[in-house]
Structures are given as C-alpha cells and as structure tokens.
Write a protein that binds this ligand. Sequence first.
Ligand code: CO
Length: 505
Amino acid sequence: MSVKPRRVKITDTTLRDAHQSLMATRMRTEDMLPIAELMDSIGYHSLEVWGGATFDSCMRFLEEDPWERLRLLKQKFKKTKLQMLLRGQNIVGYRHYADDVLQKFIHYAVKNGIDIIRIFDALNDLRNMEKAIYYTKQEGAHAQGTISYTVSPLHDIPHFIKLGKELKDLGSDSICIKDMAGLIAPYDAYELVKGLKEATGLPVQLHCHYTSGMASMAYLKAIEAGADIIDTASAAVALGSSQPPTDSFVAALKNTPYDTGLDIEKVAKVAEHFKEVRKKYNIPLEVALGVDTNVLSYQIPGGMISNLASQLAQQNASHLLNEVLQEVPRVRKELGYPPLVTPSSQIVGTQAVINVITKERYKMVITEVKNYLKGLYGKPPGPVDPDLVKKVLKDEKPYEGRPADLLEPQVEKAREEIKEYITQEEDVFSYILFPQVALPFFKARAAKGNNLGKGQAPGPGQKKGTGAPNKRGNNPVSYNWSNYFKIDSSLLMEQEGRQGPVYPV
Ligand code: CO
C-alpha cells in the first residue's frame, strides 16, 4: 500500500463497555486485577474502565465501592491511560445534576486516576456537555467531545461534522463518534471520519457496537479515512452487543501502514483470562453471538432488546415484542428523533411498551416523556409532534434554557445528610447520584468495618453455587413493572433506586 504509515491506536473496553453490554455490568474488580499487569504492558492507547453503568452497578449489585475500584485499577495500570464514560450533565446517573456536583465529581474522578473523559449527551445538546468539558480541562484531563450517532431524516453527515466543530470550539481535545446501537455503515463511517478530520484537525475515535454486524467493516473504512483510535474489546467479551475484537484488529492491521504495534500473543493471553472469567457469569448466547440487522430500523441498543423480551415474557406478553419494536421508532419520531442512548433509550422504550400494552397510544404518558417535552432534558434534535405536545403540556410553554440552570447547588446539603456515614469525600457523590443505593451500601460497609470490596457475594448473573445470593434481593435484569404504570410517579428522574435494565451506551 502506498499509504503513509500511521499507527492506529486501540482503546480496549473490556473492563467497562464489553461487560456492560454482555454481562449486565457485573464483572467484579477481583476478575480484573489478576490480568491488569499484563494488560498494562501491551501498549493500548487507553483502557476504558469506569463510568457508564459501572458506577451504579458496583454499589447496587456487587457491594463494591466504585471509587475503590478505580484506585485499585490505577495502582495496577502504571503506564496505560485510564478512560471513563460521562453522560454530560447526567454524570453517571439518569437525570441532570447541578454544576457543583459535576465539577467535584470530575475533580475526584481525575484525582483517583482517570486520564481521559468521554463526554456525551443523549440529545447532542451542547449545553449539556459544555461544563463537563470545561471542568475536565480545568482538572488537567483529556476531554473527549462525543457525537451520539444516530440515523434519521434530520441526521446527516454535514450535521455531525458541524457538531464536531462545535465540540472543538468548546475545548474538546479529541472527538468520538459514539455508535451505541451499531448503526453506522462502513462508507458512512468513511465520509464522517474524513469530514471530521478535515473540519477539526483533532484526533477522531470510533466507538461501535457489533449488533448489526457492520462494526469491523466500519472501523476499517474509518481507519482508511484517517481515524486515529478505535474501541475494541478482548475477543472473549467482543461481538454481539459489545465491541469488535481487539485480537482481530491487531491481526488485520499487522504489517500494514496502520499496524497497531500490539503483541498479538499478549492480547491472546488477555482473552484466555477473560474466557475463564466469562464462565463465572451467565452470558445469554443470543446477546453474545447474535447479529441483528433489525436494529437498523428500531435502533435500540442490543442489551435493551433482550431486556424488553425477557420482561414482556414475565408479563405473559411475549407476543407483543414485535409490536413494541415497531412502536419504538414511532415514539422516537414523535419526540423529534433523539439518538437512543441513556437516558433517551429508556424513555422512548418505556413509553413504547406502555403505548402497546394499554392498547391506546399515549393514554398514559410517563413522567420522563412529560419532562422531555418540557425541555428538562435539553433541546430535542427535531420538531416534536404538536398533537402530543398539546396533549401533555396543555398551554404550558417548554423551558428553553440549559436544564442544569434550574438546579440549586447540591453538594453541601448532601454532605450534611450523610455525614455519619462518610468515610471519604467521594461518598457524597455516590449518595447524590444514587441515594437509594448508596445509603444501604454505606450502612452495610459500616457494619462490616469498611471491608467491602473483597470477597463479596457474587452477582445474580453468576452461576449458582459460587456464593450467596444478592443481599438486597434485586433481580439484575428485571424491570420493576409496577413502577412503569404509575402515570405520575417519578421513574428515572427521582426513583433512581428502581430496577432497570443496563444498556450498552
Ligand atoms: Co458503547
């Protein structure tokens, strides 16, 4: 090839997105540490190890302190940069938080070991990302501005290139194309990466899920177009609704101008380790191995489809799955085509289920849809259905400002509320983000003399006979459907303790 040699860099997602996508975020720190030294010697660009759903899952299901996990990983990963996923103003939760929470959360994330923060917003609303980018830079970390990729009549390549330029103007050090449902087609990936490189001059990173089976092809075309970094996962936890395999890319690019330079034998040893780890968890094969091009029409992330299916089954409503999957794009269109990623995927998915089960569309409207229409999540990407707005808001005018501007500072008040349980300042943020999960966690920790994090009970995703059942009795992959049918009760906005699926994001 007569191409100027340019080493392609790898972000390995095994310790965050891969197990979030395939194992409902249940991998334990103790399954990560024994292989960390080898992983650190490989020369990845970075390791995605924190954020997304891991923070919640640590406390809710594993009785682990997410901050302690980060510190333990940082001790082992001496050379490799650690990366996290941040939901913009939603931090690692499901609603907006005040700026003081965001600023200090980022401070402690960096202090405990995070080098790179990938910052996204489900609506691609820059006002929900600007502060996170600013605070990340203030802390001296790398701020990666993120485009939540979707396909709709409103979203074309020039739209995303413009968004990339705006993310650069906010101070982003690099740009990520985040394709959470695996929608990007190889030639679109080529055009988008080429356009972003030309328009921003920044490093461009591609993050795809394998759901539709196109991700590896998209990566290869993106690399030819100038992509600097790709997200892959160890072969043991790749494919399906996870990322393409690291191993295959190291092999595919070897002795080409894009050679990753990584040692394929070491990468294979990592896979051997996680093949053993995988045996401890029940990974449903249809999630782990399947390719589903239907995702291109309903666009919901792979992990969410399997959750919807199992929950409908529990309601003796399996026969409604196809109807629900067809309802999802209708609801999405009526809400102005939001990309489907936490929390918009939950909002659209839940309303679609209710529309089908009640046999009358919008007979019941969940609180989150109301809040969405009120502008409390930010600006919908496109026009929302006027009839729906009229029905829900009556004569109320939607809020047009930045949602977090409506919020009072939260940190001091929260610290006061839990002062008897605090063992580290970081606890305040665990509590603000997930009060109903953090409090029992703190109490259990106090009862055990702060010895959590070692020798915990296995998560419900683990096989029987490997330990005691989950102490709080949560079923990890169950919706609590009773919550979904209280029209005016808060779901995502206030009941963060509710049970819910864990989606790849
Ligand atoms: Co992802």
